[in-house]
Design a protein around this ligand. Structure first.
Ligand SMILES: Nc1ncnc2c1ncn2[C@@H]1O[C@H](COP(=O)(O)OP(=O)(O)OP(=O)(O)O)[C@@H](O)[C@H]1O
Length: 233
């Protein structure tokens, strides 16, 4: 379990998608301590991805504050938020979002292009990228390939390496294991956790799959942190 200052804090956050009166997110208090791993469980449509978008600053709250690594997301311009996200947040998307025609290592190095501080933390970037890939269980021939040539499980590992490079303080993963069987999923999580511990980062993963729970320091249910108004006017 993590300790020390909060790496993520949401206070009295409210958000409604423009033109979508039927869904509103209302989060009184949600906090992650530095270095903890948290699984956020919720049903489809409960607002997990919306919450991640608020944390990443791709959307901004209608009310309340979202603080990441001590910075209030709303205090920045859109451009500053993009820069801040690149420096501080490692993202693993549901569909991985790899560039299929780019080499695996170029995919892993991509976040560093827009984040000089993160790049500086990555040491010798190409060596670090290669080491991360092999630590996450990618064989040498896969590391040398174009990302689009890899299996789903291998692409997931590339996506994890891309999120981890340069040790961002917050790693955010949107159901990255949903396409995989339970054994492959467990192996991946073990490798991911080992790397997150090495980097000292905080991991927030959202999922609807309660079987992942034993891997995490803490499990939080969307229903415990949100007040939603499904079907409200
Ligand atoms: N870009 C968007 N524009 C408008 N409405 C959206 C958008 N993204 C999500 N929503 C709406 O917000 C609500 C919550 O969706 P969200 O994707 O956050 O849930 P989720 O828990 O991540 O679901 P899933 O597990 O299926 O991915 C839904 O009613 C959805 O239709």
């Amino acid at each position: 379990m993590g300790s020390g200052p909060a790496i993520l804090s949401l206070k009295d956050v409210r958000y409604a998608w423009p033109g979508r009166a039927s869904f509103a997110l209302d989060i009184p208090d949600f906090t992650l301590a530095a270095s903890e791993s948290v699984l956020l469980l919720g049903e489809s449509g409960s607002g997990k991805s919306t919450l991640l978008s608020l944390i990443c600053g791709t959307i901004t709250a209608d009310a309340g504050t979202v603080t990441v690594a001590g910075t209030d997301i709303a205090s920045m311009s859109a451009g500053q938020r993009d820069q801040f996200r690149a420096e501080h947040i490692g993202l693993i998307f549901q569909q991985f979002n790899l560039l299929p025609y780019a080499r695996v290592l170029d995919n892993v190095l991509l976040p560093l292009r827009f984040a000089p501080l993160r790049r500086a933390r990555a040491g010798v970037p190409l060596e670090t990228a290669s080491l991360l890939c092999s630590s996450l269980g990618l064989p040498a021939d896969a590391i040398a390939a174009h990302a689009g040539m890899l299996s789903v499980g291998q692409q997931q590992r590339v996506a994890a390496a891309r999120a981890l490079i340069g040790a961002p303080p917050l790693i955010v993963a949107d159901e990255p294991t949903s396409a995989l069987d339970a054994a492959t999923q467990a192996t991946f999580l073990d490798l991911l956790f080992a790397q997150v511990r090495t980097s000292g980062g905080t991991l927030l993963m959202v999922s609807h799959d309660a079987r992942l729970a034993p891997h995490f320091d803490r499990v939080v249910y969307m229903s415990d942190i949100i007040r939603t108004r499904q079907g409200a006017l």
